[in-house]
Structure formats: structure tokens, C-alpha cells
Design a protein around this ligand. Structure first.
Ligand code: LMR
Length: 353
């Protein structure tokens, strides 16, 4: 029997199919579309923002800050409706919902753009690529980040910017300190070929599941473990069903905020400026709290004592790093060699600066 979550999501998919490809077609190549020159600035605007995580996460809190600022600055004329926790759409249908105009705004993780035709976003999933979140931020806010966002126009989306969650850790019902600890485990992953390859390189079997189904899959034994920053682990209650969290910091998790391009172009210039500016502020706020939300979650985990927390030694981390190193080369063709070079250059610049 299907789980209720799966039934709901297949209904959503059917609904999205009914909305149909004909609705999607005009979005494609819509760079030809023009913003209305004389859009009324007193027009009420409702913006539906769907995301898959809890409200008390960096993404959830940044979304709430955006709502508060946008509604306040527009005197309530712009309304922002937030649907957290995959209430409306989950990972497997939210992008399509955005393209069809069933929602207006999303903030998917960068790992989720590969499956809709942008494998270059999986650059950010390469394991042990970044030493500090600050380095990633300089890259996303620089020319490479901008070039990546511009590509989204081909799929009817406008990218408004990026923000961070932080580094991912590994959990299971055993410590995951060296590659041999992963052998035979089924590990839930996001829909990223790079992350799947990383799990295989460690000897585990990757299982691509929507975020909203992960806790239940861990609880029922559909999967044995997973990876995520601590704020996601804690707010989903994964600690209740996983005995061990290993602080591997092996990869980065960040987000791109995207809006439906047709919705975006239907706004008056004043409204798109207000929303764009407000969002930039909300993202900056999200970045300032990401670290502390993860630290707070870790402190809460330590306090409840339900999960053993393991700090890796340098040698253990180095072993994990060498086990997954071949993933960079193996996935270079999928990501695109030019994008790999661009990331290498951007990192070099960042580390120099
Ligand atoms: C995941 O699916 O693990 C994350 O991308 C969830 C999120 O949006 O933080």
C-alpha cells in the first residue's frame, strides 16, 4: 500500500499534468516577454511561496522575514503566502508547479536543479570542495553564481539569488567515521547524481527520496541513513530515529530562490524592485542566522542525548575525502568541463582574495 504522503503527491502530480504542457509552453523562451510598461502600482499582488523544510530553519526563517518586510513595505498590498514543510508541493513536483504557475516562488536546494536540466548546479554538491561557507558565498555572489542563475530563464524561472544553509553531516544507526562504515547502507539522497556518486564511492547505496518522506523512510527502515545540515536533521525529528550523527562536514547545502518568470514579468517595475530588494535583505538575514541555527540545533541534540554525536579526527576526515575524490573526475562530464574549470578559477580567486 502507498503511504499517505505518496498518495497526496501522486494527486498533486495528476493536478499538475492537468494544468498541462500547454500552460508551460508560453513560459519557454519567455525572455521575449516584456514587463507591462504601465502596470498599476496599486494592484494587489499575492505571492505563493512553497518550500519543503520546517519554519524554524534558515530557509523557513528567511521566508518569514521576506513576508514580514514585503507586506510591511507595501502597506499590505503585496501578500506573501508561505507553505512550509512541503504542505503544498514536495521535491518531486515543486519545480513543475512553479513552471506551471501553481506557485510563484520556491527556494530549492542547488542539488535539485540537475534533474530539471541544469546539471551544472551539481558543482556545489562536489564533496569536500569547499573549506568555508564564506568561500561558497563569494562564488554564488560573483560572476559564476550570476551566470548560473541566468540559465534558469530557459525553463521559465527567474533566479533572485542564493543563500546558505551550511555544511552537511552524516547520520545512521551507527557512527560513520571511515568509508568501511558506509558499506551496505542505504542512504537517502537528494536528486543529485553527484551526491549519489558520492554515496556509491563510500560503498553505500543512494536512495533518492523527497525531503518530506525522509524521516518516515528512516523510521520504517526504507533507508538506513542520510546527510543534511543539523538544522534540517533536528527540525524533522530525525534524531528520534537515528542513533548516530557524524560531523563529517563533507558537502555544502545552499539554495537558489526562483520565481515563475511570467509572474515576475507581470509585476510593475516598482513591485519587482520592492520584492527583489526585500528578498535580498531576507537572504542576507538568512545567511546571518544559518550558522547559529545549525549551532542551536546541535546544542539541542546534545541536550536531548537521543543521538550520539561524533567528531571526526583529521585522519578519518582525510580517509573519507580520498574515498570520494574520484567523484570529481567521474562526474566532470555530466557537470560540464567548462563549468568545472569556471568553479576551479572562482575558487582560486576566492582563496587569493
Ligand atoms: C534536502 O532535500 O535534503 C534539502 O534540500 C532540504 C532543504 O531544502 O533544505
Amino acid at each position: 500500500m502507498s503511504s499517505p504522503a505518496l498518495v497526496v503527491s501522486s494527486h498533486r502530480r495528476a493536478y499538475l499534468r492537468r494544468l498541462g504542457a500547454s500552460a508551460l509552453a508560453p513560459l519557454m523562451g519567455s525572455s521575449l516577454m516584456q514587463r507591462p510598461a504601465l502596470a498599476a502600482s496599486d494592484k494587489a499582488v499575492t505571492l505563493r511561496f512553497s518550500h519543503v523544510v520546517a519554519e524554524e530553519t534558515p530557509k523557513g526563517l528567511a521566508a518569514k522575514r521576506f513576508k514580514q518586510l514585503a507586506e510591511q513595505r507595501s502597506g499590505g498590498r503585496i501578500r506573501v503566502l508561505i507553505y512550509p514543510d512541503a504542505q503544498l508541493y514536495g521535491d518531486h513536483d515543486e519545480m513543475q508547479a512553479l513552471q506551471l504557475g501553481a506557485v510563484d516562488m520556491l527556494a530549492p536546494s542547488l542539488s535539485k536543479f540537475g534533474r530539471i536540466g541544469f546539471p551544472e548546479f551539481e558543482l556545489f554538491d562536489l564533496p569536500f570542495l569547499f573549506g568555508r561557507v564564506a568561500d561558497v558565498r563569494r562564488i554564488t555572489q560573483g560572476p559564476l553564481g550570476q551566470r548560473l542563475l541566468e540559465r534558469l530563464g530557459r525553463q521559465g524561472m527567474t533566479g533572485l539569488g542564493y543563500f546558505d544553509n551550511g555544511f552537511k553531516q552524516m547520520s545512521a544507526n551507527r557512527p560513520l567515521l571511515t568509508p568501511s562504515d558506509f558499506v551496505g547502507l542505504r542512504m537517502r539522497v537528494q536528486a543529485s547524481r553527484v551526491i549519489a556518486a558520492q554515496m556509491r564511492a563510500l560503498g553505500a547505496q543512494p536512495v533518492d527520496l523527497p525531503f518530506s518522506e525522509t524521516r518516515r523512510a528512516l523510521e520504517t527502515g526504507v533507508v538506513d541513513g542520510t546527510e543534511n545540515p543539523v538544522s534540517n536533521f533536528w527540525t524533522q525529528g530525525m534524531h528520534e530515529v537515528q542513533s548516530d550523527l557524524s560531523l563529517t562536514e563533507h558537502g555544502y547545502l545552499g539554495y537558489a530562490v526562483v520565481v515563475n518568470q511570467r509572474f515576475w514579468l507581470s509585476l510593475s517595475t516598482a513591485d519587482s524592485e520592492l520584492i527583489g530588494q526585500t528578498f535580498r535583505e531576507a537572504l542576507a538575514y538568512g545567511n546571518t542566522i544559518a550558522d547559529s541555527q545549525n549551532d542551536k540545533a546541535l546544542a539541542s541534540l546534545r541536550q536531548t542525548g537521543s543521538t550520539r554525536i561524533h567528531v571526526l579526527s583529521q585522519t578519518q576526515r582525510e580517509r573519507l575525502r580520498s574515498a570520494v575524490e574520484p567523484v570529481h573526475k567521474a562526474l566532470a562530464n555530466r557537470i560540464g568541463l567548462a563549468w568545472m574549470d569556471a568553479m576551479r578559477d572562482a575558487l582560486r580567486q576566492t582563496l587569493k582574495g
